[in-house]
Design a protein around this ligand. Structure first.
Ligand SMILES: Nc1nc2c(c(=O)[nH]1)N[C@H]1C(S)=C(S)[C@@H](COP(=O)(O)OP(=O)(O)OC[C@H]3O[C@@H](n4cnc5c(=O)[nH]c(N)nc54)[C@H](O)[C@@H]3O)O[C@H]1N2
Ligand SMILES: Nc1nc2c(c(=O)[nH]1)N[C@H]1C(S)=C(S)[C@@H](COP(=O)(O)OP(=O)(O)OC[C@H]3O[C@@H](n4cnc5c(=O)[nH]c(N)nc54)[C@H](O)[C@@H]3O)O[C@H]1N2
Ligand SMILES: [Mo]
Length: 765
């Protein structure tokens, strides 16, 4: 018998872990009340009230918990439980004291988890870890900027530095950051999108000519059918449930396609309504297809095939011929390809019966207006890009793009991840953007594609990168293959984190390291005496202003914009004719430049001051214009492939609990899944447990497998019998990131395959 691998670190079990039953309903009054408790405890009533009344209001700030759009009509309290958690987490008056850095060595901080690190409060002053030291120590802002400038200016090539962005960064800060990085001479601009909706951008860009949603907010109220695929809105986009409720009120239907029966989709109590507080709530999903992990491409092909078969039976009545003729290419090839679709392969891939698939096809055919939404359950798979292309195929067959109540709707994660891309945060921005930037700022903009998130880890590991800087986020916490990523990061000469709060990326550092604390979006941003505002773009391409509402957590914090401007000034000096200090003093001047570089922003400073902001133009949505290589929407042929599960193994997905935001852990509870006071759980179907000779409550090591590589281990997890699809398991991200191999990436988009790790469960003796 081969001996089992052992983990470097065996975590202690959470001592008070409780496992109850999973819930079928989401949100409602208990949700809101539960979310207010910590805020009230730490912030006092008036700060809490100021916050709550400003979230997502027209003169307030944009909630940073997700990229769900704001409705035209706002409720007095336009937020959800998780939005309240995100804002109070940022707005806490608790701060990291100066003594913290002397008291805590980096070695001691490495033993702390994300929950503890986040609990330490807001960062208030820049700190520096000199080479060879085990402690950060305070440093002045000017000295910090000079130090980074010296490192950057000492590089043989700007390509030896990488500049990460997380999706909370405002449009204005993002625009200046990419300007600085390109003026420095590199396109190394990895971002959280590389790990998130990159597959979406890749698939939609190729097929419809724009990587963004083709629906507007109001379309949800007009749809006959919304198919929600690979997404858990009850936790991750709670306000989307209000839109789905609208779909239903107007007679539309909702179908959920998911590996798990997620709470909010089964029943939803709208916290904004008395009915939601007292009543039974709305049943959201009329139909639930519990699919096997990675089975969505097969399902979509099978539904498209049924649509094409129906057309054969009743020619001229099923497909939207006028639309297909005028706006698409590729129909014949798809028809030919699907004619030989192997239904046995579909059944194996999806785990669904032919009846279930027939029923979904019938729903699709009965609806004149169909929206398909999706998130990480689709994008974080090896075959994510072709899967999303199959969504486009299915929609195009009946003209479901570019008409009211219909469209393809990726639901973004971070609140401004979409806007950051629009502003140029991408390692391979198109030539049109780079040329416009070059015209406006008169320096030679580099054209070679830069490093994305995974390439950045490769670059650090292989000694091709010396400097890593992050504008927000938690790179080593969020990226796959934790042990490999952390070892790679330690190879950097300098790491710089611009952050609001402590996380793992502050304690896994390069030789030298800096933390630069920044203002959050909730806080008033004064330049001179003038309060500034910033802007963001949501999932449906609406751009609006965000005004800080509460006093900053500490004196002396700089905004992200000020940090970028001062760093650029220190690094580039007079090398280019870019007025960094003027940009810092007046954000309107930044918007004037964005207006001249980024399409759709021509009258930015005027439009952003309108109530509710403005909507960016979108070819497919507005005029059925598809800027692809063919000049039409592309119907594509994608070879079916599904995940083979070796005997005795499970396909593990890594997902979010209800009380976390990505790597930020608000509490140890996951209410809707019945988990309390702990995160060391693995969800497995009871019949799979029985087959494996295991029981609910057993402690196991979860061992991740990748061909030709040593196994990876997430040690000492408690098994939870759970109604997931057969053969599939689930565990929480970011802890489970140790199991995701660096090599396991989606084809074309290079997104880590966080939703399908082959694992075996080894009982702890
Ligand atoms: N409160 C809160 N809000 C958030 C976040 C947060 O962490 N907390 N994160 C934000 C970010 S950055 C993002 S990207 C979004 C993420 O939003 P989601 O994508 O909803 O997040 P996940 O928790 O990764 O959930 C993935 C969902 O896909 C399902 N799934 C997994 N594999 C498959 C599959 O193969 N097929 C199908 N059909 N379903 C599958 C899972 O069961 C789960 O319901 O949320 C954003 N909003
Ligand atoms: N296994 C697995 N891995 C995943 C995923 C998964 O589903 N499974 N999901 C992926 C996805 S979808 C995403 S988007 C990434 C997320 O990756 P990231 O965006 O890098 O991670 P976050 O946890 O959102 O970053 C949180 C940190 O951002 C900082 N921060 C918060 N607000 C601000 C601000 O206003 N300004 C600045 N400068 N800093 C701020 C705080 O210090 C906080 O600790 O993770 C990815 N990784
Ligand atoms: Mo995300």
């Amino acid at each position: 018998m081969t001996s089992e691998p052992t983990a470097d670190v065996v975590p202690e079990p959470y001592p008070d872990l409780e496992v109850g039953h999973n819930k079928s309903w989401a949100v409602g009054a208990p949700g809101i009340l539960h979310s207010m408790e910590p805020a009230l405890k730490h912030m006092g009533l008036s700060r809490t009230a100021r916050l709550a009344l400003a979230i997502n209001q027209k003169d307030g700030f944009d909630c940073m918990s997700c990229a769900w759009p704001d409705p035209g009509h706002r409720n007095v309290l336009e937020f959800c439980e998780n939005g309240m958690k995100a804002t109070t987490w940022e707005a806490t008056p608790i701060t990291v004291p100066r003594s913290f850095w002397a008291e805590h060595s980096l070695t001691s901080l490495l033993a702390r988890d994300e929950y503890w690190l986040g609990q330490q409060g807001r960062l208030t002053e820049p700190v520096h870890k000199p080479a060879g030291s085990d402690h950060y120590e305070p440093i002045s802002w000017d000295a910090a900027f000079d130090l980074i400038a010296d490192h950057l200016n000492g590089l043989d090539s700007a390509d030896r530095a990488a500049f990460y962005t997380s999706g909370r960064t405002s449009n204005e800060a993002a625009f200046l950051y990419q300007l600085f990085v390109r003026a420095l001479g590199t396109n190394n601009l990895p971002d959280c999108s590389n790990m998130c909706h990159e597959s979406t951008g890749t698939a939609l860009g190729a097929t419809i000519g724009i990587g963004k949603s083709t629906v507007a907010y109001d379309d949800f109220g007009k749809a006959d059918l919304v198919i929600v695929m690979g997404q858990n809105p009850g936790t991750n986009h709670p306000r989307m449930l209000t839109a789905l409720e609208e779909t239903k009120r107007n007679g539309g239907r909702v179908v959920s396609v998911n590996v798990l029966p997620e709470a909010g989709l089964v029943r939803y109590k709208n916290p904004q309504k008395v009915r939601g507080i007292l009543g039974k709530g709305t049943v959201i999903a009329d139909r639930f297809l519990q699919i096997r992990s990675g089975g969505d491409m097969a399902l979509l092909q099978a539904v498209s095939k049924r649509v094409l078969d129906a057309e054969e039976l009743a020619p001229g009545t099923v497909l939207d011929h006028a639309f297909l003729e005028e706006h698409t290419v590729g129909l014949d090839a798809l028809r030919e390809h699907l004619a030989s679709l192997d239904e046995a392969a579909v059944a194996a891939a999806t785990g669904l019966t032919a009846d279930e698939i027939d029923a979904l096809a019938a729903e699709y055919l009965a609806a004149d207006r169909v929206i398909i939404t999706w998130a990480m359950g689709l994008t974080q798979h090896k075959k994510a890009v072709p899967t999303i292309k199959e969504i486009v195929n299915l929609l195009l067959l009946r003209g479901n793009i570019g008409k009211p109540g219909a469209g393809a709707s990726p639901i973004r994660g971070h609140s401004n991840v979409q806007g950051d891309r629009t502003m140029g945060i991408w390692e391979r921005m198109p030539e049109t953007f780079l040329a416009a930037l070059e015209r406006e700022f008169a320096f030679p903009v580099p054209r070679t594609h830069g490093a994305d998130a995974l390439h950045t880890v490769h670059g650090l590991r292989d000694g091709d990168l010396d400097v890593f800087m992050a504008l927000g986020g938690n790179f080593v916490g969020a990226i796959s293959d934790t042990a490999v990523a952390e070892a790679a990061m330690r190879g950097a000469k300098l790491t710089v984190q611009v952050s609001t709060k402590l996380n793992r990326s502050h304690v896994v550092t390069g030789e030298e390291a800096l933390i630069l604390p920044t203002l959050g979006r909730t806080e008033v941003d004064l330049q001179g005496d003038v309060p500034q505002f910033v802007s963001v773009e949501d999932s449906v391409c609406a751009v609006h202003a965000s005004h800080g509402a509460i006093p900053p957590a500490a004196d002396g914090l700089l905004s992200e914009i000020a940090i970028v401007c001062r760093l650029a000034d220190a690094t580039l000096g007079g090398r280019h004719d870019i007025p960094w200090r003027e940009f810092e003093a007046d954000y309107d001047l930044i918007r004037d430049r964005i207006a001249r570089v980024v399409p759709g922003f021509a009258t930015f400073n005027v439009d952003i001051r309108k109530q509710g902001g403005f909507i960016l133009p979108n070819g497919p949505r507005d005029e059925r214009r598809f800027d692809t290589v063919a000049g039409k929407a592309m119907i594509t042929v994608n070879e079916l492939e599904h995940i083979e599960r070796p005997a005795g193994r499970l396909i593990l997905q890594t997902l979010r609990s209800h009380d976390q935001f990505n790597t930020t852990i608000y509490s140890l509870n996951d209410r809707y899944r019945g988990i309390k006071k702990g995160r060391d759980v693995v969800f497995v179907h009871p019949d799979d447990l029985a087959d494996l000779g295991l029981d609910d409550g057993d402690r196991v090591d979860v061992v991740g497998e990748w061909p030709g590589q040593p196994d990876r281990v997430l040690a000492n997890q408690r098994l939870v019998a759970y109604p997931t699809a057969r053969g599939c398991a689930a565990a929480y991200y970011p802890e489970a990131n140790v199991l995701v191999p660096l090599e396991s990436a989606a084809e074309e988009s290079n997104t880590p395959v966080s939703k399908a790790v082959i694992v075996r469960l080894v009982p702890r003796s």
